[in-house]
Structure formats: C-alpha cells, structure tokens
Design a protein around this ligand. Structure first.
Ligand code: PLP
Length: 320
C-alpha cells in the first residue's frame, strides 16, 4: 500500500477557511493556498507571480477514483523532481504534500477527483528580476474528475488531427519537468478544430509525432506497441501502459513514431491522468484500420481501470 497516504489518513482533518462558502460556485472543490484550505472559487494568486507571468512553474496531476488515489507515489516523484530541476523550494516534504492532497480530497468529498499540486517561482518582494529573490509558492486543489474524452468518444474513439505545430524541443524546456508551456499545444488544438477534429497531436523537432494537449500517444502494429520517445512528458499513464504490457506479455517500446506509421497503425490510443487510456479511431479524416476500437486498446482500458482497486497501485482516501 502507498504508505504516504496511509499514515495521513488517520490524522484529523483541518477546517476549511471561514469565508463565505457558496455551494454552487464552480468548480466545486477545495484548494490549499497560503497555509489555508479554501473553497476552490476563492483560491486566487497574484498577477505578479512568475508562474503566471513567465510560466515559471511546475505541477502534477494525480487522480482519485472510487475514493482511492492512483499511483500517487509516481506523481510525487515527478513533482519533486521538477521542483529540484527548477531550483524551487517549498515548505513541505513529500509526506507534507501527500497530507495536503489527501485533505483537499477528503474536504471536497469527491470520490472521483482531479488533484493538482503546483509550485510556482512566486514573486520577489522588491520586484527584482532575479529569480533567486522570488519567494516560491506551493498550492494544491481537488476538483471533480475530468477526462480528455467524453463517454461517447471513449466508446467510438476520438477524431484527431495532426497539426504541423512543433512541440517545444527538450533542449529548450526539459519535458520531464511537467510544465505550462502550452502555446504550441493550444495552437495545434485550434488547427484541429478548424479541420473538424476533436483534439490534436503535434510534432517533435524531427517531424515525428510528439504528443497532444494533456496526453501521450501510442500505436499498435502487428501486436507491438510504440510511443514517442523524445520531446514528450514522461506521462504516468504512459508508464502505466508499459507496466500493464509487462504484466500482460505485450511488447511496448518508446521509439520514433512517424506520421505515416501512426496513420498506418492497427490501433491508436492516447493516455492521460485525465481519462486514462482513450481510443483514437480517426486521424486527419481517415479511419484507423476498420475505424473501430481495437482489441489491444480495449483490453488495456479494462486492465487500467481494474488496477484502481489494487492496493499495490492505489491508496484509500479517508473521508470525514
Ligand atoms: N503530455 C502532456 C503535455 C501533458 O500535459 C500530460 C498530462 O497533463 C500528459 C502528456 C499525460 O501525462 P499523465 O499520464 O502523467 O497525465
């Protein structure tokens, strides 16, 4: 079991800040900010925070399903790795962050939640341009679970367009630091909408497929899985697909995936904390294979959700 959250669960819950709580305010959730738990609608940051002004921030998103965190330890590893690479410090260690995330979920009451932890550079008290002078900030929140694909799209598969936008190269921004450098992804998304698709994939600096707005991509050809190796966030759901494949005797590799190879695949799916494993059945207006959700994708989707009750992969939230 995930020891971190197991120990947090036995402590009494803190109270939510005594401000006016509008139960209908959107989104319905609880945030942790400046040492206080607040209704989500009241969680606000300064416009002078460099997280906002310069995208100088890192974050991670973990989800809760049926009242259990899924792979929280991996998300904490990635978050603390990002903070270290960005030379940010926050006044909480791993256990402290796990406790705050647990409290946000428990106080929100959500049994299916999207839970985010963020570190920003913060702002300098003297308005200095030197990032070393800034006071770093930590915040977290729990809101209802959301998915890249809706119920209909999960059943029939997503319609995706490949944009010619190029993902910011790893030599510029290390993609292992989960970040908000999303202008390439957002512009790719508009390209996709213009072409009647539901979401986008964009390219790496060599013209191969990279990733999409909030997800990694896999293709299946002759029973073997591949996913782009470079210039992409090492997604926890992507890692989970590798783990499921290893348990299930499937071969999966991280390698270059050309646009042609993706379009000629037997099956394509995307992966994200926001939705898990989600089928793609159409790219640039053409069906992938027979245009139906394939057997490997379908099987991995089932295995993925089954793991959410497994104590080796998930940990219980203790609700009041
Ligand atoms: N790629 C990008 C750019 C993302 O922002 C995300 C998630 O937000 C992913 C991939 C998928 O990562 P994970 O599976 O850890 O949610």
């Amino acid at each position: 079991m995930d020891q971190t959250t197991a120990t947090q669960a036995s402590r009494p819950l803190p109270t939510v800040g005594a401000r006016h709580i509008d139960p209908h305010a959107y989104p319905d959730g609880i945030a942790f900010l400046d040492g206080q738990y607040l209704p989500m609608s009241q969680a606000k940051v300064s416009v002078l925070d460099w997280g906002f002004l310069h995208s100088d921030a890192t974050y991670d998103t973990v989800h809760v399903w049926n009242g259990r965190f899924f792979r929280l330890d991996l998300h904490l590893d990635r978050f603390f790795g990002g903070l270290e690479k960005l030379r940010m410090t926050i006044p909480f260690d791993r256990d402290g962050v796990a406790e705050i995330l647990h409290n946000c979920v428990a106080l929100s009451g959500h049994r299916a939640a999207y839970v985010e932890m963020l570190g920003t550079r913060g702002a300098s008290p003297t308005f200095s341009r030197d990032p070393r002078q800034a006071i770093n900030r930590f915040m977290a929140f729990a809101v209802p679970f959301g998915s890249v694909a809706n119920a209909e799209q999960l059943q029939r598969g997503l319609r995706v367009a490949i944009s010619d936008k190029v993902r910011i190269p790893p030599a510029s921004v290390d993609p292992s630091i989960k970040n908000y450098h999303w202008l390439d992804l957002v512009r790719g998304l508009y390209d996709a909408y213009d072409r009647g698709a539901e979401t986008a994939l964009i390219l790496d600096f060599n013209g191969n497929v990279a990733e999409g707005p909030g997800f990694n991509v896999f293709c299946v050809k002759d029973g073997k899985l591949s996913t782009p190796a470079i210039g992409v966030l090492p997604g926890i759901t992507r890692r989970t697909v590798f783990d499921l494949c290893a348990e299930d005797g499937l071969v999966a590799a991280a390698a270059d995936v050309s646009v042609a190879a993706l379009k000629a695949a037997d099956e394509v799916f995307i992966t994200s904390t926001a939705g898990g494993i989600m089928p793609v059945t159409e790219i640039d207006g053409a069906a992938i294979a027979d245009g139906k959700v394939g057997p490997v994708t379908g099987r991995l989707m089932v295995l993925y959700w089954q793991k959410h009750d497994d104590p080796a992969w998930s940990s219980q939230v203790s609700y009041p």
